[in-house]
Ligand binder design. Sequence first.
Ligand code: NZQ
Ligand code: ZN
Length: 387
Amino acid sequence: MLNFNYRNPTHVVFGKDRIAELDQLVPANARVLITYGGGSVKRFGTLDKVKAALGNRIVFEFAGIEANPKYDTLMQAVEVARKENIDFLLAVGGGSVMDGTKFIALATQFEGDTTSLLYHGFAPVPVADDKVIPLGVIATLPATGSEMNAFAVVSYQGGKFPVNHPNVYPTFAMLDPELTFSLPKIQVANGVVDAFVHVIEQYATYPVDGRVQDRMAEGIMRTLIEIGPITVAEPTNYQARANLMWSATSALNGMIGVGVPFDWTTHMIGHELTAIFGIDHAQTLAAVLPSVWRVRKPQKHAKLLQFAERVWDITEGDDDSRINQAIDKTEAFFQQVGLKTRLRDYGIDKAQIDDVIAALAAHGMTALSETGDLGLDISREILEKAW
Ligand code: NZQ
Ligand code: ZN
């Protein structure tokens, strides 16, 4: 196992009918900015409940954080936060709203060019801790894990940029599965696949004898395989949705990723596909992951064999056949929940793979994978196989 530090300060408030507890979770004298997306939280009544729970606090609203939140939109919220001296942010929505709100928390008191916050890759952005506005989240879409991590992804000038800082862990994350019952089926399917691929990117690398991490990862994946199709088909099945919600949070709250290598190739290629073609985040992953594995079988041999046996119960055949069966079953699982797994199914021409390669080059994504050996030539092979 590799050395690691682990700290996660987010207070998780999980379960039905918890919104009234916001009164204890948000500082009593806070000037609060509630942030949300295109209006689902208004349509389904969540916003009214949130405002009622905040009682007499001074509350402002910022609506319109879009999917794959744009820097320019977030900077409009930053203006509001500066003008109104906001000292607590409350995100109500999916990954895009939660991520966007983290960026607002960082940018509001940042002195200097706020676009510079976008160019630090996986390193924390250089902002002093006390210059980050605290935030809480009410998650309405189980998928990204943003509710319990310190990451955000912000869209700017044709790219998607990861941003992180230890002080953007939400102080609390309210996770009420019932708030997700209103999701369209496709967003639930997106959530199942995004969570699954988060686990995979921290698992299917090379073995370091991280037994706890591996078995937790396998447990989350088996849970997603069990409940994924059920929660897509039965939106109001509470237990299935509750298990999806906790799987998605557990997949990317750092716990399964401690002391083990990580890959993130599928995500980095997927981000370019979203930026160029507007494909939903999880759908890019559904198309890219099976192909990453088909190209990288030799590098991932031991973990893919373990995955075949422990996640899919595949015990027959030689090594190569077991790995192939596991890849095929995973791809079929993504299709079963409702996502397409080929780039051509998303309307991409084969010639447009050149544009993706150019974007990867422009964003410095030239040494991907758990060992940094995955250059543009291999990304091209992955994209061609995914087409
Ligand atoms: O905007 P509204 O009207 O709220 O509608 C949203 C949006 O159209 C809708 N929705 C959300 N909750 C709903 C609902 N509709 C009905 N009922 C509800 N309860 O769903 C649509 C998609 O929402 P979005 O937040 O964009 O989806 P998701 O949660 O999948 O987030 C995707 C974003 O997260 C980033 C992605 O790159 C993408 O920008 N990621 C963030 C990560 C992180 N912070 O760690 C990791 C991930 O890998 C990912 O990159
Ligand atoms: Zn993801």
